[in-house]
Design a protein around this ligand. Structure first.
Ligand SMILES: [Zn+2]
Length: 428
């Protein structure tokens, strides 16, 4: 049984939470992935890791089945100490009872995570988002670790609950003088096991460049900036991936065969490899843009719709969507601005304002007034032009709103904090 917290303890928890919250304001968050070294850890470690993920699945399914069999029994009453033995099903769907050997910190965290999931689902439901019920899991690939139980021992070892000394690769990334581990997770991927660490670092002031950029997302050159720089974010499907997909298709009929299973495993690994390349390219472009420019302007084009056309494959194999998503996240910090997709950025001439139609195959933009420019560069420049005017309008509008809401005695220079601006104001 969990002890009931006294008022004193509750106050202490509240105070420490407030302290952490205050500290987080001067910190930035970074996530690092450390791979559990396949070569330098004994085989027993991997057997234990595999068992952990299996048992985490049993625990989650046990929680769900108990609450489904007995609707009065809420999942919130599930205590991990009372359920050391769980029922799960074997290959032929016969019930088997096994006792859990999962390290108790991981056991507790898994149960707590599911309870948080339920709370989050309820919150989304309250907001009007359509939600479903929690489903039984056929596979669990992520185990949360309670904060405070993970430590970095030296340049290549970490401690996590149940594994006193785990040799990992990638700790060279965390060579900071001052850092704080905020969260940790144990992850299973096709390529192996990973420990994912969320680390808080002290915030450093950013050097302002006083430059802005407009971006044009195209199919041929992928991304063009208003400074006429092009980024290629295409990622080719590897030959090996094609080969594996073909092989998997060939073994379609042997449903439970070892060969098919191996093939599937290899295919998942290869997919992960390609995804990593894509992620890397996305990171590099994003970093380049963010460190060189103060404000990034983009147009809200429907990349998803492009996927349905015959350019689909090219778009699917690029990191464009992910990059756009990341740039959109900057809107809140006032570092990015999203234009409506209906603005004629490709068709309008910036010199005389005429709207000329331009075919998909025409690579150069011509206007009757004598203006010519390569198509993608032209539209990136237009995005910048439209963006700066619209953004200025927005700032003016927001400052007028704030000035009108302020009492007349305190009216001076109305300054608008970015958080006070409505997010809707960025879209028209
Ligand atoms: Zn013109």
């Amino acid at each position: 049984m969990e002890a009931v917290r006294s008022e004193d303890t509750k106050a202490k928890i509240k105070a420490s939470m407030a302290e952490t919250h205050a500290r987080r304001k001067s910190q930035i968050c970074r996530v690092f992935e450390l791979k559990v070294s396949i070569r330098h850890n004994p085989k027993a470690v991997f057997e234990k890791l595999s068992q952990c993920f299996k048992e985490a699945k049993w625990v989650i399914n046990d929680m769900l089945s108990l609450s489904k069999d007995n609707p009065d029994n809420s999942m919130f009453e599930y205590k991990y100490t009372e359920h050391r033995d769980v029922v799960h099903y074997d290959k032929d769907k016969n019930p088997v009872t096994s006792s859990i050997t999962l390290p108790s910190v991981l056991h507790r965290a898994t149960v707590a995570q599911k309870k948080t999931d339920i709370i989050n689902l309820a919150k989304s439901k309250k907001k009007g988002i359509k939600v479903g019920a929690l489903k039984f899991k056929s596979e669990v690939n992520c185990i949360p670790i309670i904060t405070g139980f993970t430590k970095i021992l030296d340049a290549s070892h970490v401690t996590i609950p149940g594994f006193r000394k785990l040799k990992v690769n990638g700790l060279h990334q965390i060579e900071f003088e001052e850092y704080e581990i905020a969260d940790a997770k144990l992850i299973r991927k096709a390529s192996g096991y990973y420990v994912k660490l969320t680390i808080m670092l002290p915030k450093e002031p950013r050097n302002r460049t006083r430059k802005s950029v407009g971006l044009d997302f195209g199919i041929r050159n992928t991304i063009t900036t208003s400074d006429n720089k092009t980024y290629d974010c295409k990622v080719q499907e590897t030959e090996y991936l094609k080969y594996l997909s073909k092989m998997l298709n060939r073994h379609k009929k042997e449903k439970d065969s070892k060969r098919r299973w191996n093939c599937r495993k290899q295919l998942a690994r290869e997919h992960e490899h390609v995804a990593n390349i894509r992620k890397d390219i996305c990171n590099k472009i994003y970093h380049d843009l963010v460190s060189n420019y103060d404000v990034i302007y983009i147009q809200d084009e429907q990349i998803k719709n492009w996927q349905q056309t015959w350019f689909g494959k090219q778009v699917q194999h690029s990191c464009m969507g992910a990059l756009k998503q990341r740039i959109k996240m900057l809107v809140k910090a006032d570092r990015a601005f999203v234009l409506s997709k209906w603005l004629p950025t490709t068709k309008m001439c910036p010199v005389c304002g005429a709207v000329n139609t331009i075919g998909l195959d025409e690579r150069t933009y011509h206007c009757d007034c004598g203006y010519t420019k390569p198509r993608d560069w032209h539209s990136a420049c237009n995005v910048l032009l439209f963006g700066t005017t619209k953004r200025a309008e927005c700032v003016e509008h927001a400052s007028a709103e704030v000035a009108s809401s302020m009492p007349p005695s305190s009216s001076g220079v109305a300054q608008v904090a970015p958080s006070k601006r409505k997010p809707e104001a960025h879209r028209f």
